[in-house]
Design a protein around this ligand. Sequence first.
Ligand code: BGC
Length: 767
Amino acid sequence: MSVVLFTFSPLHLFTASAQTPVYLDESKPIEQRIDDALSRMTLDEKIAVIHAQSKFSSPGVKRLGFPDLWTDDGPHGVRPDVLWDEWEQAGQTNDSCVAFPALTCLAATWNPAMARLYGESLGEEALYRGKSVMLGPGVNIYRTPLGGRNFEYMGEDPWLASRMVVPYVKGLQSKGVAACVKHYALNNDEEYRHQVNVIISDRALHEIYLPAFKAAVQEAEAWSIMGAYNLYKNQHNCHNEIMLNKILKQDWGFDGVVISDWGGCHDTDEAVKNGLDLEFGTWTDGLTMGKTNAYDSYYLADAYKQAIKEGKYTTKELDEKVRRLLRLFYRTTMNRHKPFGFLCSDSHYEAALKIAQEGIVLLKNEKVKKSKGEKDAETLLPIDVTKTKRILVVGENAIKMMTVGGGSSSLKVQKEILPLDGINVQCSKFNVQCDYARGYVGDTIQSYNGVTVGRSLYEPRSQAELTAEAVAKAKEADVVIFIGGLNKSGHQDSEGHDRLSYDLPYAQNEVIEAILKVNPRLVYVNISGNGAALPWLAKVPAVVQAWFIGSEAGEAIASVLFGDVNPSGKLPFTWYADLNQCGAHALNTYPGTWREDHKIIDEEYKEGVFVGYRWTDRLQAKKSTANSQKPTANSQRPLFAFGHGLSYTTFKLGKMTADKTSMTEGDEITFTIPVTNTGSMAGAETVQLYISDVEASVERPVKELKAFQKVCLQPGETRQVSLTIDKRALSFYDEANGQWKAEPGKFEALAGTSSDKIVSRCSFTLQ
Ligand code: BGC
């Protein structure tokens, strides 16, 4: 009988730790561990980690102990698990989540602290669900209000989007979950998204469309980025030499992973050479070709391996991709120091509610008389429960779940409070009678990829009957709250297509007009991620923009309507009166021109840097010069300007001062402006600082947002708000030498509470 003796000695321990391979040795710098891991990997293992193995996962390295990498949508909550190889949800019962407000709402808070809270909360949900890469946030610029995915993005202004994306990414990654910032770049509309070739000036690219991505990469150090579907300079963005190799990796020093959008990779050679690191979502017919694994047919799978074997490529590019993947593994799956995750925790609901409440925008709140004879006119909002006995809620969006639908950001939520339910709760607190009329039928399909909403929206009545009901009930109501707007069905705020028209869909306008005839005390609550034409606006005293705000929607909306929360959101985009006020449409550049072979559609961004308020400002400046300073006609003004948003209190901005009148290139300049809450309710105001380049060698926007700060003030309280800028705020992108340039000369700082309410100015020079 042989006896094996195990002896325990310090020497044994020493030998064991000495044998810990470098790639597993947490005391070693990550780059060394990457080198070591790379040296141990076979060609097959390297090829495996750079492409998907299922709809949302890619393999780690089993033999070496690297776990699989699980990604998931998306920006507003963690998408339910889908089947291994299908978009259909897998039917798990443990993957319901909290839906946070869509990113337009986050941007409308103008509060970077909310973005941090958002990122952290989402990161915790992702951790609990075992996801290492969240496919978001999206920072494509709102170029046209028809854009189907604008609701997923952060508005029209590169500075606002940059300030909001950085804390989101940092918050998310502080939990050990990678952000995958998308869609890089120029995916500004959805129609023909796989075929659009964007033609754009370098200035517009760098000044408008890239800054938020750059901030996410350089300031937030995002660990991954998603290539967009569309083309730039005739090359798909998922393997675009200029976008990925030159700008992202070389100029910005991005050390993370470039992930293709799902199905955005089209060519092995370009994918190998032009900076794509991880291929996802390629549609293959691998299985029908008799392969054992469809994923072997990916562009970066067998075809690449074969080409390496045949000597077409060395492993130089492959090793570079794998290094990036390993770096991502060490930051996420191999990081043993991650915090704990939580799913559907109270803290996440609180975060969702807080962000929603801060993002809701009070667009209009004019005084109305209760009846013709009555003297005192007052605003309809906040609803005065002492004087209100009957409220009528109208509109399908009051009873429609908005977290289901709209494409990849669709969620399976643990709960979603509907607007009507939130309003009912408030009404019952104060003994106010609350009635409901459907008003119109929009989209009754309430399911997406197998996630189905329990509540039926079936409606057998005709439009005439629905209108008649709304009108009859409106006659009896003290206040009518119409909850309408867009929804997440096809050709609205939804992925894959754009809106077909700027008008509100269905019979909404008709019903609103009919109600106004019998009761002008109407509050219009718009649910959407986009502006829309509001032809009856002059007749409607109160308008609220309530976005797609997720799980706590009803509660957040009701808290603002009834005044528990004083609204403080500001529009992150210009709300045009009609499409002609938007540069892309005025110049007829959208959706572009098909080439003869009908394979590619060229979309030239002819408006250049003049996007959003930069366009409307320019238009108005031109008109007022032409009309020798006559005020601009109302018809030329947008309905609501970028940065606009009211409060139930009033604020006064005093005179702005600067700490110097002249600065050098290396200097900073600080502007200080006193803000006072002159009303009787606590509230928050956002001071916005725009810079105007008075003398420039190129045409520059009339003004551009370069700093802002939101302050919360008690009634009567005054705060000095200081905003500091440096030469970057004065610079434009000089196309001649591909550099940012601040030209010496005169500048003006403009402070206000929206882009069309500038109350104080300071001139200064750059030497
Ligand atoms: C979308 C991405 C999304 C991906 C995975 C694509 O269709 O464009 O934003 O992350 O699908 O669902």
